[in-house]
Ligand binder design. Structure first.
Ligand code: CA
Length: 222
């Protein structure tokens, strides 16, 4: 887990960084907005702690930018505000920040907030739904149809996961095989059809969401 901290006050930066490292996180430190935005071009942290009062760019502008860009909009963000910056705090949350911490803070609180936001976020991204009928728990490898757990083979589950990685996108049979077997070309094309047929049957009412696009492949359509 990599956490980026953007904070120009060196003492605060060091304090948060030190304690996050102690808690087992990897940390990247930035003292201005420009360095941080440059860094983002090459790396995506798991969470951002963002001070709103920076010397070069307004933290709220950074927040707005992050939530606007698809590449960054899913990175959980905790904003740091000073006492008396109530308006900024509210604006930050409106702009999509996940939580805020008011200075002065207790370091224990910061760590607790970071963990809580990450937890919330994991829950959010690791359970996927298809049309309110199918629920897929990517962590537990469990699939539910209308609340009832169904048993899929590993291959069926993985095909579902591939299709779910981009809802609405058409995946060719070749692409599905490539993702499944990572280059082991021992499997013939048609096996995908067999797995999908079984997957559809097991998903019962949810099976209709897996759509065959003639001559191209498969996609999930709600
Ligand atoms: Ca500051």
């Amino acid at each position: 887990m990599l956490i980026a901290i953007v904070e120009d006050e060196k003492d605060i930066l060091n304090l948060i960084s030190l304690h996050l490292k102690k808690s087992g996180f990897n940390v990247k430190e930035f003292q201005n907005g420009k360095d941080f935005l440059n860094y983002l071009k090459n790396d995506i942290p798991n969470l951002i702690i963002l001070d709103l009062m920076l010397p070069d760019i307004d933290g709220l502008e950074i927040c707005k930018y992050l939530k606007k860009e698809i590449k960054y909009s899913n990175i959980p963000t905790i904003i740091l505000t000073a006492k008396g910056e109530e308006v900024d705090k509210i604006l930050g949350l409106e702009l999509g920040a996940d939580d805020y911490i008011t200075k002065p803070f207790s370091i224990k609180e910061v760590i607790a907030r970071v963990k809580a936001v990450l937890r919330r976020y994991e829950v959010k991204v690791n359970i996927l739904e298809i049309g309110n009928i199918v629920k897929v728990d990517l962590d537990k490898y469990e699939v539910y149809v209308k609340g009832e757990k169904i048993n899929l083979t590993t291959t069926e589950f993985n095909i579902l996961k591939i299709l779910l990685s981009k809802k609405g996108w058409v995946f060719s049979r070749e692409k599905i095989l490539e993702e499944l077997w990572q280059g082991e070309k021992a499997v013939i094309d048609r096996t995908v059809d067999v797995h999908i047929k079984n997957l559809r049957e097991k998903l019962k009412e949810g099976g209709k969401f897996i759509v065959n696009v003639r001559g191209v492949g498969y996609k999930i359509e709600e």
